[in-house]
Design a protein around this ligand. Structure first.
Ligand code: F6R
Length: 358
């Protein structure tokens, strides 16, 4: 039930620290994560992972790609189910398919699963609904442990998808004996991320005010970032669009100047995710470019950057896990903008919780 909440979306945003703790409890018993050796062996035999998903789950896959490539040294392609199903690319010699789906019922993803099973490719579904179609029909299934997600806009399932991919990627890396995997303690990082998210959800009055200052009565908004900040920007834009109905775009920060910067006007909101050290200076110079065209710019980063006007500073956890935390202020922007515009936050227009048509 909603308990003391007016709607499910805010309740589910607030549950995210608990979801990360539940994932830790489910997957970590001693030191090692409890991923079956059959699954790890199948993953280890693959020369490439294909992550297939739609919408928010696709954005989680983009974050997962970096985790698998860094921690398990395996090349990854992330594909939109609706495209992939109709235009199967040339596959690698030993592909392994990972389906990310909150509901486990998304028709676009089911269609791809049917196709790749006919090709005899090994498959894993990572889902929040244990007995769902995608879970039943794949060779392997792992739970997200997010608890029922009722609001149409996915929040806690997104965070859970990133966390569970981190668990799998690190387990695979350890199975392969890789240092990158041995050097990171995912269990501990999930606990740090839970605390960092708690700090954000405890600042609701500030985030509500920022939402008003940046988004009220705006018709367009931009989210920019590089690397996993870019993936975060895509997800932040989707959240804002679907519940507040403000037109939003997620952009690779360096790509704005190749055309889209023409849309920046006086007071256009631009939110920049600065999550990686290696590109921080570049993204900050992109922020300067939009500021000089009149944008109203806000930086979400893990470091206090003096001289930036508005800033949300996140707790400093492993860079590769920063998307777990960085999305949360943007979820709250979407939520408060929707409430301020009088929208039905849990049931946005034109949308259903699970999309069972292609
Ligand atoms: C956005 C949203 C959708 C879903 C997408 C895939 O908030 O909820 O974009 O992420 O329809 O759904 P699942 O994960 O159930 O396959």
């Amino acid at each position: 039930s909603k308990g003391t909440y007016d709607n499910y979306m805010l309740k589910e945003i607030d549950e995210q620290p608990a979801v990360l703790r539940r994932i830790s409890e489910h997957y970590y018993h001693n030191e090692q994560a409890s991923i079956s050796s059959q699954l790890l062996t199948a993953l280890q035999q693959a020369d490439r992972l294909y992550i297939v998903a739609a919408g928010t789950s696709y954005h989680a896959g983009l974050v997962g790609k970096q985790l698998f490539e860094d921690l398990a040294d395996v090349p990854v392609e992330v594909q939109l189910a609706s495209e992939f199903g109709h235009h199967l690319p040339k596959l690698s010699a030993k592909p392994f398919f990972v389906f990310l789906s909150q509901s486990g019922e998304t028709a676009d993803s089911r269609q791809v699963l049917d196709k790749v099973r006919q090709l005899d490719c090994p498959t894993l579904t990572v889902t929040n609904v244990a007995n769902s179609t995608l879970a039943r029909e794949a060779d392997f299934a792992l739970p997200l442990c997010a608890g029922p997600e009722i609001a149409v806009a996915s929040t806690k399932a997104y965070v859970a998808q990133i966390a569970v991919q981190a668990v799998i990627a690190q387990s695979l890396g350890i199975q392969k004996g890789l240092n990158a995997a041995k050097k990171i303690d995912i269990d501990n990082q999930l606990s740090l991320a839970a605390n960092a998210i708690q700090t954000i959800v405890d600042q609701k009055d500030y985030l509500k005010q920022l939402t008003h200052d940046y988004f009220y009565n705006q018709i367009a908004a931009f989210f920019i970032g590089r690397g996993n900040g870019y993936a975060t920007a895509l997800e932040a834009a989707l959240k804002l669009k679907e519940v507040s109905y403000i037109h939003a775009e997620g952009f690779a920060a360096g790509e704005l100047k190749h055309g889209t910067i023409a849309l920046i006007e006086e007071q256009t909101p631009v939110v920049a995710f600065v999550l990686e050290k290696s590109t921080a200076a570049h993204t900050r110079s992109n922020v300067k470019e939009v500021l000089s065209r009149g944008a109203h710019a806000l930086i979400i980063s893990k470091k206090d950057l003096s001289n930036a006007n508005d800033q949300i500073v996140l707790a400093d956890i492993d860079e590769r896990l920063m998307p777990l935390v960085a999305i949360v202020p943007a979820q709250l922007f979407a939520y408060y903008a929707a409430v301020e515009h009088g929208n039905d936050v849990d049931q946005p227009r034109n949308l259903a919780k699970s999309v069972t048509v292609e």
